[in-house]
Design a protein around this ligand. Structure first.
Ligand SMILES: [Fe+2]
Ligand SMILES: [Fe+2]
Length: 141
C-alpha cells in the first residue's frame, strides 16, 4: 500500500498509557488511514463506503469501551466525555452521509480528511485529559 500524505502516524505522543485503549486507538487510526487510502485510490464508492462503515463501527465500539473504563476509574469528566463521543458519532454519521451524496472526488477526499481531523482532535484534546488524570492519580495527587 502506497503511503499517502494524510496518513496519521502512530507515535508515543498519542499514548494514553492504558494498553487496551492504546491498542484500540492504534486500530482506529489504522481504519481511518485505510479509509483515506481507499478514498484516494478508488473511484469505487462501494469500496470506500465499506471502509467508512468499518471505521464507524470500530469508533462506536471503542467509544463504548472507553466510557466504561472512564466510569470505572471514576473519571470526573466521564459524562462530558461520553457526550463528546456522542457528538463525534453524530459528526461521523453526517460526514458519511455527505460523502455518499458527493460526486466529485475532491469533495469526498475532503470528507475523509474531516474524519481524520475529528479523530485526532479528540485524541489529542479529550483523551489526553483522562491520561493526565490517571497520571496525577498514580502520583497520588
Ligand atoms: Fe474518547
Ligand atoms: Fe479514545
Amino acid at each position: 500500500m502506497e503511503r499517502n500524505e494524510w496518513e496519521i502516524a502512530w507515535s508515543n505522543f498519542l499514548r494514553v498509557d492504558v494498553p487496551e485503549m492504546d491498542e484500540e486507538h492504534q486500530q482506529f487510526i489504522a481504519r481511518v488511514n485505510e479509509l483515506n487510502q481507499a478514498i484516494l485510490e478508488s473511484e469505487d464508492k462501494a469500496k470506500v463506503a465499506r471502509a467508512m462503515q468499518l471505521m464507524l463501527s470500530e469508533a462506536a465500539r471503542h467509544f463504548e469501551h472507553e466510557e466504561k473504563l472512564l466510569a470505572r476509574w471514576e473519571y470526573p469528566n466521564a459524562a462530558a466525555h461520553a457526550g463528546r463521543h456522542a457528538e463525534l458519532a453524530a459528526q461521523f454519521a453526517r460526514v458519511t452521509r455527505e460523502f455518499e451524496a458527493a460526486d466529485l472526488s475532491f469533495v469526498r477526499a475532503a470528507k475523509g480528511l474531516r474524519i481524520k481531523q475529528l479523530l485526532v482532535e479528540h485524541l489529542l484534546g479529550e483523551d489526553m485529559q483522562y491520561r493526565d488524570f490517571l497520571r496525577s492519580r498514580a502520583r497520588g495527587h
